[in-house]
Design a protein around this ligand. Structure first.
Ligand SMILES: [Zn+2]
Length: 97
């Protein structure tokens, strides 16, 4: 009866873990605030996209970094593609048509 040796854990160091990650340039989206008329660039994490059943209920929202207003704007097909491709958090609204 031989004592079995457990499988050797691969030497996973932080360096090897990060080596597998590709550096992606941060995506920024240009946006404007209708309240303070400020223009700024927002990171994908600052935006939220809500996709409804129709284009009328599809919009993106963000908080203005200048005045703090909650801005909500309609998002067309192209905008939706841009935002989702850029890693913006997307919320799918379930609505009955
Ligand atoms: Zn503003």
């Amino acid at each position: 009866m031989s004592e079995s040796v457990g499988p050797g854990m691969p030497g996973m160091t932080a360096a090897t873990a990060f080596a597998g990650m590709r550096r992606v340039p941060p995506v920024v989206f240009k946006a404007g605030c209708p309240d303070c008329r400020g223009r700024f660039e927002l990171a994908a994490s600052a935006l939220r996209l809500a996709i409804g059943a129709t284009s009328r209920t599809t919009f993106y929202s963000f908080t203005c970094p200048e005045c703090g207003a909650a801005v909500r704007k309609p998002a067309g097909e192209r905008v939706v593609e841009l935002l989702t491709g850029g890693g913006v958090r997307t919320l799918r609204l379930h609505s009955t048509v």
